[in-house]
Ligand binder design. Structure first.
Ligand code: SF4
Length: 453
Protein backbone atom coordinates (compact mmCIF):
# COMPACT_ATOMS: atom_id res chain seq x y z
CA UNK A 1 0.00 0.00 0.00
CA UNK A 2 1.20 3.55 -0.62
CA UNK A 3 -0.09 6.80 0.69
CA UNK A 4 -0.90 9.47 -1.79
CA UNK A 5 -0.34 12.29 0.65
CA UNK A 6 3.42 12.27 0.59
CA UNK A 7 3.50 15.16 -1.84
CA UNK A 8 5.71 17.73 -0.22
CA UNK A 9 4.65 21.13 0.91
CA UNK A 10 0.87 21.34 0.69
CA UNK A 11 -0.42 24.22 2.81
CA UNK A 12 -1.25 23.09 6.34
CA UNK A 13 -4.29 25.39 6.53
CA UNK A 14 -6.05 23.37 3.84
CA UNK A 15 -6.28 20.37 6.14
CA UNK A 16 -9.00 21.95 8.27
CA UNK A 17 -11.57 21.37 5.49
CA UNK A 18 -13.14 18.17 4.16
CA UNK A 19 -10.15 15.91 3.75
CA UNK A 20 -9.39 12.70 1.86
CA UNK A 21 -6.90 9.88 1.96
CA UNK A 22 -6.33 7.22 -0.70
CA UNK A 23 -4.96 3.78 0.14
CA UNK A 24 -3.76 1.75 -2.84
CA UNK A 25 -3.51 -2.01 -3.22
CA UNK A 26 -1.65 -3.59 -6.14
CA UNK A 27 0.46 -2.52 -9.09
CA UNK A 28 1.99 0.72 -10.39
CA UNK A 29 -0.98 1.18 -12.69
CA UNK A 30 -3.22 1.25 -9.63
CA UNK A 31 -0.90 3.71 -7.88
CA UNK A 32 -1.19 5.95 -10.89
CA UNK A 33 -4.99 5.62 -10.90
CA UNK A 34 -4.97 6.68 -7.24
CA UNK A 35 -2.94 9.72 -8.21
CA UNK A 36 -5.56 10.56 -10.80
CA UNK A 37 -8.38 10.08 -8.28
CA UNK A 38 -6.58 12.31 -5.77
CA UNK A 39 -6.37 14.96 -8.50
CA UNK A 40 -10.12 14.64 -9.20
CA UNK A 41 -10.95 14.88 -5.49
CA UNK A 42 -8.87 18.01 -5.13
CA UNK A 43 -10.51 19.52 -8.22
CA UNK A 44 -13.88 18.86 -6.59
CA UNK A 45 -12.85 20.88 -3.55
CA UNK A 46 -11.64 18.23 -1.10
CA UNK A 47 -8.27 18.53 0.57
CA UNK A 48 -5.52 16.03 1.29
CA UNK A 49 -5.39 14.75 4.86
CA UNK A 50 -2.16 14.34 6.74
CA UNK A 51 -2.92 10.68 7.41
CA UNK A 52 -5.70 8.11 7.07
CA UNK A 53 -6.70 8.57 10.71
CA UNK A 54 -7.54 12.23 10.03
CA UNK A 55 -9.38 11.82 6.75
CA UNK A 56 -13.09 12.57 6.36
CA UNK A 57 -13.10 10.58 3.12
CA UNK A 58 -11.19 7.32 3.17
CA UNK A 59 -10.73 5.75 -0.27
CA UNK A 60 -9.53 2.18 -0.90
CA UNK A 61 -8.38 1.60 -4.46
CA UNK A 62 -8.38 -2.19 -4.66
CA UNK A 63 -6.69 -4.97 -6.63
CA UNK A 64 -8.26 -8.24 -7.81
CA UNK A 65 -5.28 -10.11 -9.16
CA UNK A 66 -4.88 -12.60 -6.26
CA UNK A 67 -7.29 -15.16 -4.87
CA UNK A 68 -8.76 -14.25 -1.49
CA UNK A 69 -7.96 -10.60 -2.27
CA UNK A 70 -11.63 -9.77 -1.69
CA UNK A 71 -11.74 -11.36 1.77
CA UNK A 72 -8.46 -9.79 2.83
CA UNK A 73 -9.40 -6.39 1.46
CA UNK A 74 -12.85 -6.49 3.08
CA UNK A 75 -11.29 -7.41 6.44
CA UNK A 76 -8.81 -4.54 6.23
CA UNK A 77 -11.43 -2.10 4.95
CA UNK A 78 -13.99 -3.02 7.63
CA UNK A 79 -11.42 -2.77 10.41
CA UNK A 80 -9.94 0.57 9.31
CA UNK A 81 -13.37 1.97 8.40
CA UNK A 82 -14.81 1.01 11.78
CA UNK A 83 -11.94 2.74 13.61
CA UNK A 84 -12.40 5.80 11.43
CA UNK A 85 -16.17 5.97 12.03
CA UNK A 86 -15.76 5.49 15.77
CA UNK A 87 -13.68 8.66 15.75
CA UNK A 88 -15.66 10.54 13.13
CA UNK A 89 -19.20 9.22 12.48
CA UNK A 90 -19.53 11.56 9.47
CA UNK A 91 -16.62 10.06 7.58
CA UNK A 92 -17.21 8.43 4.21
CA UNK A 93 -15.61 5.14 3.15
CA UNK A 94 -15.13 4.61 -0.58
CA UNK A 95 -14.09 1.37 -2.27
CA UNK A 96 -13.21 1.45 -5.96
CA UNK A 97 -10.94 -0.22 -8.49
CA UNK A 98 -10.63 -3.75 -9.79
CA UNK A 99 -12.18 -5.55 -6.83
CA UNK A 100 -15.11 -3.15 -6.90
CA UNK A 101 -15.64 -3.97 -10.55
CA UNK A 102 -15.18 -7.73 -10.23
CA UNK A 103 -16.64 -8.64 -6.84
CA UNK A 104 -19.30 -6.01 -6.23
CA UNK A 105 -21.87 -8.49 -4.83
CA UNK A 106 -19.43 -9.78 -2.22
CA UNK A 107 -18.40 -6.25 -1.27
CA UNK A 108 -22.01 -5.09 -1.02
CA UNK A 109 -22.87 -8.06 1.17
CA UNK A 110 -19.87 -8.01 3.48
CA UNK A 111 -18.53 -4.46 3.35
CA UNK A 112 -20.86 -3.07 6.00
CA UNK A 113 -18.92 0.16 6.41
CA UNK A 114 -18.70 1.01 2.71
CA UNK A 115 -20.58 4.19 1.80
CA UNK A 116 -19.57 4.44 -1.87
CA UNK A 117 -18.77 1.43 -4.02
CA UNK A 118 -17.52 2.05 -7.55
CA UNK A 119 -15.72 0.05 -10.23
CA UNK A 120 -12.99 0.87 -12.72
CA UNK A 121 -15.01 2.59 -15.45
CA UNK A 122 -16.66 5.44 -13.55
CA UNK A 123 -13.58 6.99 -12.01
CA UNK A 124 -14.43 10.52 -13.06
CA UNK A 125 -17.77 10.30 -11.26
CA UNK A 126 -16.39 9.19 -7.88
CA UNK A 127 -16.10 12.74 -6.42
CA UNK A 128 -19.75 13.35 -7.28
CA UNK A 129 -20.82 10.02 -5.77
CA UNK A 130 -18.97 10.96 -2.60
CA UNK A 131 -20.78 14.29 -2.46
CA UNK A 132 -24.15 12.58 -2.90
CA UNK A 133 -23.37 10.03 -0.18
CA UNK A 134 -22.06 12.79 2.09
CA UNK A 135 -24.98 15.15 1.62
CA UNK A 136 -27.77 12.55 1.48
CA UNK A 137 -26.32 10.31 4.20
CA UNK A 138 -26.97 7.36 1.88
CA UNK A 139 -24.95 4.42 0.61
CA UNK A 140 -24.21 4.47 -3.13
CA UNK A 141 -23.09 1.70 -5.47
CA UNK A 142 -22.46 2.77 -9.05
CA UNK A 143 -20.86 0.83 -11.90
CA UNK A 144 -20.44 0.86 -15.63
CA UNK A 145 -19.81 -2.29 -17.61
CA UNK A 146 -17.94 -0.48 -20.39
CA UNK A 147 -15.02 1.95 -20.14
CA UNK A 148 -15.60 5.58 -21.17
CA UNK A 149 -15.57 5.96 -24.99
CA UNK A 150 -12.76 8.50 -25.11
CA UNK A 151 -9.54 8.62 -23.16
CA UNK A 152 -10.66 10.81 -20.31
CA UNK A 153 -7.95 10.48 -17.74
CA UNK A 154 -6.07 13.76 -17.47
CA UNK A 155 -4.45 15.28 -14.42
CA UNK A 156 -2.59 13.56 -11.59
CA UNK A 157 -1.67 14.34 -8.05
CA UNK A 158 1.97 13.24 -7.81
CA UNK A 159 2.84 11.45 -4.60
CA UNK A 160 6.57 11.61 -5.32
CA UNK A 161 8.20 15.03 -5.87
CA UNK A 162 10.76 13.89 -8.46
CA UNK A 163 9.35 10.78 -10.03
CA UNK A 164 6.03 10.60 -11.90
CA UNK A 165 3.91 7.94 -13.57
CA UNK A 166 2.35 8.68 -16.92
CA UNK A 167 -0.16 6.07 -18.18
CA UNK A 168 -0.05 5.73 -21.95
CA UNK A 169 -2.52 2.85 -22.31
CA UNK A 170 -5.44 1.49 -20.34
CA UNK A 171 -6.88 -1.99 -20.39
CA UNK A 172 -5.49 -5.06 -22.07
CA UNK A 173 -6.39 -7.13 -25.13
CA UNK A 174 -4.29 -10.16 -24.32
CA UNK A 175 -6.57 -12.31 -22.17
CA UNK A 176 -3.77 -14.40 -20.71
CA UNK A 177 -5.66 -17.36 -19.30
CA UNK A 178 -4.89 -16.64 -15.61
CA UNK A 179 -5.47 -12.87 -15.59
CA UNK A 180 -8.49 -10.79 -14.61
CA UNK A 181 -7.13 -7.48 -15.85
CA UNK A 182 -8.90 -7.45 -19.25
CA UNK A 183 -12.19 -8.13 -17.41
CA UNK A 184 -11.69 -5.36 -14.86
CA UNK A 185 -10.11 -2.68 -17.04
CA UNK A 186 -11.61 -3.39 -20.48
CA UNK A 187 -10.03 -3.48 -23.91
CA UNK A 188 -6.81 -1.64 -24.60
CA UNK A 189 -7.07 2.09 -25.24
CA UNK A 190 -4.05 4.20 -26.16
CA UNK A 191 -3.73 7.76 -24.97
CA UNK A 192 -3.42 10.13 -27.97
CA UNK A 193 0.18 11.28 -28.53
CA UNK A 194 -0.80 14.95 -28.28
CA UNK A 195 -2.06 14.38 -24.71
CA UNK A 196 1.10 12.46 -23.82
CA UNK A 197 3.18 15.30 -25.23
CA UNK A 198 1.29 17.87 -23.19
CA UNK A 199 1.51 15.83 -19.98
CA UNK A 200 5.13 14.79 -20.41
CA UNK A 201 6.48 18.22 -21.29
CA UNK A 202 4.56 19.72 -18.41
CA UNK A 203 5.99 17.14 -15.96
CA UNK A 204 9.50 17.86 -17.16
CA UNK A 205 8.80 21.61 -16.99
CA UNK A 206 7.66 21.18 -13.37
CA UNK A 207 11.02 19.62 -12.54
CA UNK A 208 10.25 15.89 -12.38
CA UNK A 209 13.51 14.02 -12.91
CA UNK A 210 12.08 10.74 -14.07
CA UNK A 211 8.83 9.71 -15.70
CA UNK A 212 7.61 6.13 -16.05
CA UNK A 213 5.31 5.44 -19.00
CA UNK A 214 2.74 2.90 -17.83
CA UNK A 215 0.53 0.34 -19.49
CA UNK A 216 -0.37 -3.33 -19.09
CA UNK A 217 1.49 -3.83 -22.35
CA UNK A 218 3.27 -0.66 -23.44
CA UNK A 219 4.66 -2.41 -26.52
CA UNK A 220 1.23 -2.52 -28.13
CA UNK A 221 0.71 1.22 -27.66
CA UNK A 222 -1.15 2.60 -30.69
CA UNK A 223 -2.43 -0.74 -32.00
CA UNK A 224 -6.03 0.29 -31.28
CA UNK A 225 -5.29 3.35 -33.42
CA UNK A 226 -4.07 1.23 -36.34
CA UNK A 227 -0.35 1.53 -35.61
CA UNK A 228 1.60 -1.72 -35.35
CA UNK A 229 4.76 0.07 -34.22
CA UNK A 230 3.14 2.90 -32.33
CA UNK A 231 5.37 2.40 -29.31
CA UNK A 232 8.57 2.90 -31.32
CA UNK A 233 6.99 6.02 -32.89
CA UNK A 234 6.12 7.31 -29.44
CA UNK A 235 9.66 6.76 -28.13
CA UNK A 236 11.08 8.62 -31.12
CA UNK A 237 8.57 11.44 -30.59
CA UNK A 238 9.62 11.66 -26.94
CA UNK A 239 13.22 12.05 -28.10
CA UNK A 240 12.11 15.00 -30.22
CA UNK A 241 9.91 16.59 -27.53
CA UNK A 242 12.52 16.34 -24.78
CA UNK A 243 15.77 16.36 -26.75
CA UNK A 244 18.58 17.97 -24.74
CA UNK A 245 16.69 17.86 -21.43
CA UNK A 246 18.09 16.04 -18.42
CA UNK A 247 15.36 13.57 -17.53
CA UNK A 248 15.04 9.79 -17.39
CA UNK A 249 12.16 8.02 -19.12
CA UNK A 250 11.24 4.49 -18.09
CA UNK A 251 8.48 2.19 -19.31
CA UNK A 252 6.49 -0.67 -17.77
CA UNK A 253 5.36 -3.35 -18.61
CA UNK A 254 6.63 -4.94 -21.81
CA UNK A 255 4.97 -8.05 -23.21
CA UNK A 256 7.52 -10.57 -24.54
CA UNK A 257 5.33 -11.33 -27.57
CA UNK A 258 5.13 -7.68 -28.64
CA UNK A 259 8.60 -6.62 -27.55
CA UNK A 260 10.56 -5.80 -30.71
CA UNK A 261 14.24 -5.30 -31.55
CA UNK A 262 13.44 -1.76 -32.72
CA UNK A 263 12.59 -0.80 -29.13
CA UNK A 264 16.04 -1.93 -27.96
CA UNK A 265 17.71 -0.01 -30.80
CA UNK A 266 15.90 3.20 -29.86
CA UNK A 267 16.79 2.83 -26.17
CA UNK A 268 20.39 2.10 -27.09
CA UNK A 269 20.84 5.35 -28.97
CA UNK A 270 18.96 7.49 -26.45
CA UNK A 271 20.20 9.50 -23.51
CA UNK A 272 16.67 9.82 -22.09
CA UNK A 273 15.34 6.26 -22.26
CA UNK A 274 16.51 4.02 -19.44
CA UNK A 275 18.01 0.60 -20.28
CA UNK A 276 15.80 -1.43 -17.98
CA UNK A 277 13.39 -3.90 -19.57
CA UNK A 278 10.65 -5.64 -17.62
CA UNK A 279 9.65 -8.74 -19.58
CA UNK A 280 7.36 -11.09 -17.63
CA UNK A 281 8.41 -14.66 -18.46
CA UNK A 282 5.63 -16.28 -16.37
CA UNK A 283 6.80 -19.82 -17.26
CA UNK A 284 9.69 -21.49 -19.06
CA UNK A 285 7.88 -24.50 -20.49
CA UNK A 286 6.23 -24.19 -23.89
CA UNK A 287 3.36 -26.36 -22.72
CA UNK A 288 2.58 -24.03 -19.81
CA UNK A 289 3.11 -20.89 -21.90
CA UNK A 290 0.48 -22.21 -24.31
CA UNK A 291 -1.93 -22.99 -21.48
CA UNK A 292 -1.32 -19.46 -20.21
CA UNK A 293 -2.03 -18.10 -23.74
CA UNK A 294 1.07 -15.96 -23.63
CA UNK A 295 1.73 -16.00 -27.37
CA UNK A 296 5.49 -16.76 -27.31
CA UNK A 297 7.71 -19.77 -26.83
CA UNK A 298 10.64 -20.27 -24.52
CA UNK A 299 12.94 -19.91 -27.53
CA UNK A 300 11.33 -16.61 -28.65
CA UNK A 301 11.74 -15.30 -25.15
CA UNK A 302 15.38 -16.27 -24.79
CA UNK A 303 16.21 -14.84 -28.22
CA UNK A 304 14.83 -11.48 -27.13
CA UNK A 305 16.80 -11.57 -23.88
CA UNK A 306 19.94 -12.43 -25.79
CA UNK A 307 19.34 -9.55 -28.23
CA UNK A 308 19.02 -7.09 -25.32
CA UNK A 309 22.16 -8.41 -23.60
CA UNK A 310 24.19 -8.19 -26.82
CA UNK A 311 22.89 -4.77 -27.86
CA UNK A 312 23.07 -3.02 -24.48
CA UNK A 313 25.45 -4.91 -22.15
CA UNK A 314 24.66 -2.61 -19.21
CA UNK A 315 20.88 -3.16 -19.57
CA UNK A 316 19.14 -4.83 -16.66
CA UNK A 317 16.21 -7.14 -17.17
CA UNK A 318 13.31 -7.80 -14.83
CA UNK A 319 10.61 -10.43 -14.94
CA UNK A 320 7.53 -11.96 -13.29
CA UNK A 321 7.19 -15.72 -12.83
CA UNK A 322 4.24 -17.85 -11.73
CA UNK A 323 4.77 -21.34 -10.25
CA UNK A 324 2.18 -24.08 -9.90
CA UNK A 325 0.00 -23.21 -12.90
CA UNK A 326 -2.53 -26.02 -13.64
CA UNK A 327 -0.75 -28.91 -15.32
CA UNK A 328 2.74 -27.73 -14.34
CA UNK A 329 4.79 -30.89 -13.79
CA UNK A 330 8.15 -31.09 -12.06
CA UNK A 331 9.82 -31.13 -15.46
CA UNK A 332 7.86 -28.02 -16.62
CA UNK A 333 9.05 -26.29 -13.48
CA UNK A 334 12.65 -27.28 -14.17
CA UNK A 335 12.30 -25.76 -17.63
CA UNK A 336 11.42 -22.49 -15.93
CA UNK A 337 14.56 -22.81 -13.82
CA UNK A 338 16.62 -23.42 -16.97
CA UNK A 339 15.30 -20.20 -18.54
CA UNK A 340 16.06 -18.36 -15.31
CA UNK A 341 19.65 -19.66 -15.40
CA UNK A 342 20.06 -18.64 -19.02
CA UNK A 343 18.36 -15.24 -18.82
CA UNK A 344 20.15 -14.34 -15.55
CA UNK A 345 17.48 -11.87 -14.48
CA UNK A 346 18.44 -8.80 -12.49
CA UNK A 347 15.02 -8.30 -10.91
CA UNK A 348 12.22 -10.84 -10.43
CA UNK A 349 8.77 -10.92 -8.86
CA UNK A 350 7.60 -14.46 -8.20
CA UNK A 351 4.13 -15.75 -7.40
CA UNK A 352 2.18 -18.85 -6.63
CA UNK A 353 -0.61 -19.45 -9.16
CA UNK A 354 -3.89 -18.12 -7.89
CA UNK A 355 -7.12 -19.17 -9.69
CA UNK A 356 -9.38 -16.24 -10.48
CA UNK A 357 -13.09 -16.70 -11.24
CA UNK A 358 -14.04 -15.67 -14.75
CA UNK A 359 -10.66 -16.41 -16.32
CA UNK A 360 -10.04 -19.25 -18.78
CA UNK A 361 -7.58 -20.95 -16.42
CA UNK A 362 -10.26 -21.09 -13.72
CA UNK A 363 -11.82 -23.93 -15.72
CA UNK A 364 -8.59 -25.97 -15.50
CA UNK A 365 -8.02 -28.26 -12.55
CA UNK A 366 -5.80 -26.51 -10.00
CA UNK A 367 -3.85 -29.73 -9.65
CA UNK A 368 -0.56 -28.65 -8.06
CA UNK A 369 -0.93 -28.97 -4.27
CA UNK A 370 -0.24 -25.82 -2.27
CA UNK A 371 2.74 -27.40 -0.47
CA UNK A 372 4.27 -28.25 -3.82
CA UNK A 373 3.65 -24.73 -5.12
CA UNK A 374 5.42 -23.36 -2.06
CA UNK A 375 8.35 -25.73 -2.56
CA UNK A 376 8.73 -24.62 -6.18
CA UNK A 377 8.54 -20.97 -5.18
CA UNK A 378 11.26 -21.55 -2.59
CA UNK A 379 13.55 -23.25 -5.13
CA UNK A 380 12.90 -20.54 -7.70
CA UNK A 381 13.61 -17.71 -5.28
CA UNK A 382 16.77 -19.45 -4.17
CA UNK A 383 17.98 -19.71 -7.79
CA UNK A 384 17.21 -16.03 -8.41
CA UNK A 385 19.00 -15.01 -5.22
CA UNK A 386 22.09 -17.01 -6.22
CA UNK A 387 22.19 -15.34 -9.64
CA UNK A 388 21.91 -11.93 -7.99
CA UNK A 389 24.71 -12.75 -5.55
CA UNK A 390 26.92 -14.04 -8.36
CA UNK A 391 26.51 -10.75 -10.20
CA UNK A 392 27.45 -8.55 -7.25
CA UNK A 393 31.27 -8.77 -7.54
CA UNK A 394 31.19 -7.59 -11.16
CA UNK A 395 29.53 -4.34 -10.04
CA UNK A 396 32.32 -3.39 -7.65
CA UNK A 397 34.33 -0.37 -8.83
CA UNK A 398 31.89 0.56 -11.61
CA UNK A 399 31.12 4.24 -12.04
CA UNK A 400 27.42 4.92 -12.48
CA UNK A 401 25.04 7.84 -12.41
CA UNK A 402 22.52 7.70 -9.57
CA UNK A 403 19.37 9.77 -9.14
CA UNK A 404 18.85 10.25 -5.40
CA UNK A 405 15.19 9.55 -4.64
CA UNK A 406 14.96 8.49 -1.00
CA UNK A 407 16.21 10.02 2.18
CA UNK A 408 15.30 8.81 5.63
CA UNK A 409 17.57 10.12 8.34
CA UNK A 410 21.12 9.20 7.40
CA UNK A 411 20.01 6.65 4.86
CA UNK A 412 20.11 8.00 1.34
CA UNK A 413 19.52 5.94 -1.78
CA UNK A 414 18.79 6.30 -5.44
CA UNK A 415 18.54 4.39 -8.67
CA UNK A 416 20.72 4.09 -11.71
CA UNK A 417 19.21 4.45 -15.17
CA UNK A 418 19.18 0.66 -15.46
CA UNK A 419 17.14 0.43 -12.25
CA UNK A 420 19.73 -0.64 -9.69
CA UNK A 421 19.10 0.73 -6.20
CA UNK A 422 22.29 2.05 -4.60
CA UNK A 423 22.67 3.07 -0.94
CA UNK A 424 24.88 6.05 -0.20
CA UNK A 425 26.23 6.80 3.28
CA UNK A 426 26.12 10.52 2.52
CA UNK A 427 23.33 12.25 4.47
CA UNK A 428 24.07 15.64 2.89
CA UNK A 429 22.78 14.48 -0.51
CA UNK A 430 19.37 15.78 -1.50
CA UNK A 431 16.48 14.03 -3.24
CA UNK A 432 16.47 14.95 -6.93
CA UNK A 433 20.24 15.24 -7.33
CA UNK A 434 22.12 13.17 -9.90
CA UNK A 435 25.45 11.92 -8.59
CA UNK A 436 28.36 10.10 -10.13
CA UNK A 437 28.88 7.12 -7.87
CA UNK A 438 31.55 4.44 -7.48
CA UNK A 439 29.90 1.14 -6.60
CA UNK A 440 31.34 -0.68 -3.63
CA UNK A 441 30.50 -3.99 -2.08
CA UNK A 442 27.07 -5.54 -1.83
CA UNK A 443 25.73 -6.60 1.53
CA UNK A 444 22.79 -8.98 1.51
CA UNK A 445 20.56 -7.55 -1.16
CA UNK A 446 21.91 -4.03 -0.81
CA UNK A 447 24.46 -2.37 -3.06
CA UNK A 448 26.48 0.49 -1.57
CA UNK A 449 28.41 3.23 -3.28
CA UNK A 450 30.21 6.49 -2.67
CA UNK A 451 30.04 9.76 -4.56
CA UNK A 452 32.97 10.25 -6.94
CA UNK A 453 34.80 13.43 -6.06
S1 SF4 B 1 -0.77 -9.01 -20.73
FE1 SF4 B 1 -1.76 -10.82 -19.84
S2 SF4 B 1 -1.03 -10.79 -17.72
FE2 SF4 B 1 -0.65 -8.74 -18.52
S3 SF4 B 1 -2.48 -7.55 -17.97
FE3 SF4 B 1 -2.84 -8.36 -20.03
S4 SF4 B 1 -3.93 -10.27 -19.72
FE4 SF4 B 1 -3.02 -9.73 -17.75
Amino acid sequence: MIDINRKLGFPAKKVALVTFWVETFGCQMNKSRSEHLAYLLEEEGFFPAKGSEEADILVFNTCAVREHAAERAINIINKVAQERKDKNPHSIVVVCGCLGQLEKEKLLEKGKEIDVLAGTHNWEEIPLLIKKAWQGKVKIADFKEEPPPVFQEKGYWHSNPISAYLPITFGCDNFCSYCVVPYTTGRERSKPPEIIKEELTSLVGEGFREVTLLGQNVNSYGRDRGKERGFEELLLDIEKWLGGKKVWIRFLTSHPRDFREGIVEIVKSSSLLCPYFHLPLQAGSDKILQLMRRGYSREDYLNKISFIRQSIPEARIGTDIIVGFPGETESDFWETLEVVEEARFDVAYTYIYSPRPGTAAYLLEDDVPLEEKKRRLYILNDALRNIYQEKLPSLRGKIVEVLVDQKEGNLVSGKTANNLRVYLPEPSLEVGEWEEVILASGEGNKIYGSVRR
